[in-house]
Ligand binder design. Structure first.
Ligand code: NAD
Length: 428
């Protein structure tokens, strides 16, 4: 067994590596390798049986040189200060590489939301806002959903915040339900954004997308729409997806010899992205252990669950056929595994470029909230395609001109933008 990776150590080491390549001033590096502000707070929640349970919440604001901090709120049992710090830092690079005028932040609570009733969830999310509302807002820091949180929770958070500040403030959070200040196209934005980057990468590598096969980890928001997009936009086949089993407290992989049907799987998946194993089995699907997804004969690997999943151990089992990795999740590849991809010339679409579709449409949601005028789904997705394709091309150009790995190139593009904004604001 390998030690679980500390995501923040990994985020700092990726940054340090590129800071060295760029010969970045050590004083600027020091300002960028740490979050600007960190909040940790207690949230006492009255449970349905009348008892009080204490949860711990976080909000980390990494950098706001380019605009208000932006990033999701994760509800996951293994959430720690360091995972939130790493995710906040990656958000800074993500908004910069996508060239949207926002900074980086992230929040979380160490909890398995599936273990709470809906009313307990509502008290927990309202409690999260009660603790942090003075330090977030449309011009300070704008949260959004992430693993374990959903549009309904964002609606409750917006309502709680609006009550506290005394005015309807939809722009304080994104990923809200459509009809409640949300944007059309937001739910599919991250998965489709990922597929737009895969489409561009395939053009670049000369791969016929209609003959390609993908293996996907996860079946939550990101992976569901990546699977749908892989089939519908690219015309490829999805060999398998995987997910977490709440009852067994372990992940599993689900596959079908003809490729999975993501629309069918959605009908047997709960709101946390867990597929009903028995219904899958009855429909002719094969169930294997959680790591089996990475062993499939696929051209494209899409890790779309959690950080640290492609590591020194699991990478030993990837097929020789893999040509492309599209990181749907944040930080899914450890530095050891990254080195193997680099050595084997496997094309990497790094997380903060690959999954920037979500934050891009979140930004569009904020813009629509400010205008109080809403675009059609096609308008949102076409703007998303333009933004993501431009971001992908800027990273490929950097990789080619500097002759560097795609992850390093993405860091170079992002760091240059953040440093320029810090200079323009007279921070150094
Ligand atoms: P989600 O909660 O909707 O889905 C997570 C999925 O991962 C579920 O299917 C769950 O069963 C599965 N899972 C959990 N642990 C697993 C394990 N050990 N092995 C296999 N599967 C496991 O979350 P999401 O919103 O799809 O986010 C997934 C990843 O993408 C996270 O890293 C998140 O930070 C990142 N991300 C999300 C968005 C977004 O807009 N939702 C945007 C950018 C990045």
């Amino acid at each position: 067994m390998t030690e679980p990776i500390n995501a923040f150590t990994m985020a700092q080491s990726q940054f340090d590596n590129v800071a060295k390549m760029l010969s970045l001033d050590p004083q600027i590096s020091e300002m960028l390798r740490w979050p600007t502000r960190e909040f940790k707070f207690m949230i006492p929640v009255t449970m349905d049986d009348g008892s009080i349970r204490v949860f711990f919440g976080y909000r980390i604001q990494h950098n706001d040189a380019r605009g208000p901090c932006k990033g999701g709120i994760r509800f996951h049992p293994s959430e720690t200060l360091d995972t939130v710090r790493a995710l906040a830092m990656w958000m800074t690079w993500k908004t910069a590489v996508a060239d949207i005028p926002l900074g980086g932040g992230k929040g979380g609570v160490a909890v398995d939301p599936a273990s709470l009733s809906v009313t307990e969830q509502e008290r927990l999310v309202r409690g999260w806002i009660d603790q942090i509302w003075r330090n977030i807002g449309p011009r300070q820091d704008v949260p959004a959903p992430d693993v374990g949180t959903n549009p309904r929770m964002m609606g409750w958070m917006m309502d709680e915040y609006s009550k506290l500040v005394g005015e309807y403030t939809p722009g304080m959070i994104t990923g809200k339900p459509v009809g409640g200040g949300g944007s059309l196209g937001r739910k599919e934005a991250t998965g489709y954004g990922l597929i737009y980057t895969v489409r561009e990468a395939m053009k670049h590598l000369g791969i016929d997308s209609t003959k390609s096969v993908a293996a996907i980890q996860g079946f939550g928001n990101v992976s569901q729409y990546s699977a749908i997009g892989f089939k519908e936009i690219l015309g490829g086949k999805v060999a398998c997806v995987s997910c977490w089993d709440h009852a067994d407290r372990a992940p599993f992989t689900i596959s079908h010899p003809d490729g999975v049907d993501p629309y069918f799987l959605q009908t047997i998946t709960d709101i946390y992205g867990s597929i009903d194993k028995e219904k899958g089995h009855n429909a002719g699907y094969t169930i294997e252990d959680g790591d089996a997804w990475i062993t499939k004969e696929a051209d494209v690997l899409i890790p779309g669950a959690l950080e640290g999943q492609i590591n020194a151990e699991t990478i030993k089992n990837i097929s020789d056929r893999v040509k492309l990795v599209a990181e749907g999740a944040n930080g899914p590849t450890t530095p050891e595994a990254d080195e193997v991809f680099k050595q084997n010339d496997i094309f990497m679409i790094p997380d903060f470029l690959c999954n920037a579709g979500g934050v891009t449409v979140s930004y569009f949601e904020g813009v629509q909230n400010d205008m109080n005028y809403y675009w059609t789904r096609d308008e949102v997705l076409s703007r998303l395609d333009t933004t993501i394709t431009k971001a992908f091309n800027s990273v490929v150009e950097m990789a080619e001109s500097e002759k560097v790995y795609m992850r390093d190139a993405a860091y170079m593009v992002a760091i240059a933008k953040v440093v320029k904004a810090m200079e323009l604001r007279g921070w150094m």
